[in-house]
Design a protein around this ligand. Structure first.
Ligand code: GAR
Length: 216
């Protein structure tokens, strides 16, 4: 059997996406192995999820560093101890330095709760409601220097129903995040997904600006 893809996951909070990845990694045939989970916050519940799954859980508190550069340098040092083939941002609520992003270029994925390029940044569910959108969703993308701007790999589209609130919509989107993140990670681990100078490619075919689209 080919070696499994070493994955390190960065979190800041609840870690439900981390849980979806843990669940997808437990079978002997799974193409990934989660080597470590790192949080910038000691109170992130995702750390507990990691420990319960027997995965090494580490905290690197950003408030203990003079600036963003110093924190990111320490983060690279910590993450690289686990020799990741892939670094996965799963609700890691930090803006990353260019140096960090360049270091992991082509092996750094993020999940964002909107149909990128719409609604980069925060409060995406409320902004989709305020705009009167009929559809919303989530995107997995390669991380580049541009915030929430790297090539999209896969999007899940969900309907917006009359009477939806930011909370009901977030719940619907979250459900799809837990489907598309393990999918994108497994593609990468199987060597099917790559970032080239042409953008994101799946099975050596360029993906469109929306990536692979799943509708529910
Ligand atoms: C997820 O909804 C993810 O899309 C979002 O944080 C949440 C983390 O939830 N990420 C971002 O907004 C990044 N810009 P989780 O901790 O339960 O996985």
């Amino acid at each position: 059997m080919p070696a499994r893809c070493n994955v390190v996951v960065l979190i800041s909070g609840a870690g439900s996406n981390l849980q979806a990845l843990i669940d997808a990694s437990t079978s002997p045939e799974a193409p990934i192995q989660i080597r470590a989970v790192v949080s910038n916050r000691a109170d992130a519940y995702g750390l507990e999820r990691a420990r319960q799954a027997g995965i090494e859980a580490q905290v690197l508190d950003h408030t203990q560093f003079a600036d963003r550069e110093a924190f990111d340098a320490a983060l690279v040092e910590l993450v690289d101890r686990f020799e990741p083939d892939l670094l996965v941002l799963a609700g890691f609520m930090r803006i990353l330095t260019e140096r960090f992003v360049t270091h992991y270029r082509g092996r750094l994925l993020n999940i964002h709760p909107s149909l990128l390029p719409r609604y980069t940044g925060l409060r995406t569910h409320q902004r989709a409601l305020d705009a009167g959108d009929l559809e919303h969703g989530c995107s997995v993308h390669f991380v580049t220097e541009e915030l929430d701007g790297g090539p999209v790999v896969v999007q899940a589209v969900v309907p917006i129903h009359p009477g939806d609130t930011a909370e009901t919509l977030a719940q619907r989107v979250h459900g799809q995040e837990h489907v598309i993140y393990p999918l994108a990670v497994s593609w990468f681990a199987q060597g099917r997904l790559r970032l080239t100078e042409r953008g994101a490619e799946l099975d050596a075919q360029p993906l469109s600006a929306t990536g692979h689209v799943i509708r529910s």
